[in-house]
Ligand binder design. Sequence first.
Ligand code: FPP
Ligand code: MG
Length: 294
Amino acid sequence: MSWIKEHSLNWFQSLALRIIKTGKVPKHVAFIMDGNRRYANKQNLEKREGHSKGFDKMAETLYWCMDLGIVEVTVYAFSIENFKRNKEEVDNLMDLARQKFKRLLEEKEKLMDMGVCIRVIGNLSIIPEDICKLIAEAMTVTKENNRAFLNLAFAYTSRDEITHAIKDIIQGVKDTDILPEDITEDLITDCLYTYKSPNPDLLIRTSGETRLSDFLMWQISNTCIYFTEVLWPEFSIWNFLSAIFYYQRCYPHLQKNRSLKPIMHNNRVSMYIDKLHNKRDSTIEKIYLSAVQS
Ligand code: FPP
Ligand code: MG
């Protein structure tokens, strides 16, 4: 299964999508794709197959998002907490990731044609090296694309993300690139894994769990959150459009709290931020180069 599954909707589904599209469409939607194992259990499948169906649903949902005009999508593909699952399940999830990133690279022309930029947000130092190389390659070859953005949260938790931001800031202070009084909310925002993205407008979590599971905790203080009972592999176009309709009803309230001020740093902080971002980009490029040269 490709990463973006071109799936024709029937005329009625298509009409419903066009009607929803006349209203406010979120620019950035995040998903907690929960319920794969319960789905597998319900269908008498192996857990592994539940996750594989979960990937297929992600590919179908990405197509719906593009069709609706959503520019950016962030999905919770693997939490650092998921490493605590039994070895067989962790290995199966890593195998799925390996196989899907290889597939992505085989089909990169399609992503280039669609203008999709792939970004992985998470702690790359705890991901198996071969997967890290595939990720670096996917990010490097698609980095100039700007028609749509797919952020995969992989080996991610917000606590880890914030811890890393704090460590980077402390290093900046030690190196005298910045001063303690430069530490602001805006500086922390620019040191997160998500620094390239605006905050999500809508977060959707499936499977009836009403928790946030350490996902984008810094970024969603003013995000519309939609919980639905449906298990992720069963998420349908109707569930998707219901979530968008819910967002359209929330939108006027969200606007009241939204800060429209762009982030402005002083010169010292701007130089530090540029240095940090360049360092992160060059780390990815180095992993990519080591992969293509080996
Ligand atoms: C949560 O369901 C889902 C996950 C832990 C994995 C989600 C991953 C995908 C849908 C595919 C990701 C894509 C790549 C490239 C790897 P669960 O296991 O918590 O199920 P449960 O809530 O029923 O127990
Ligand atoms: Mg779960």
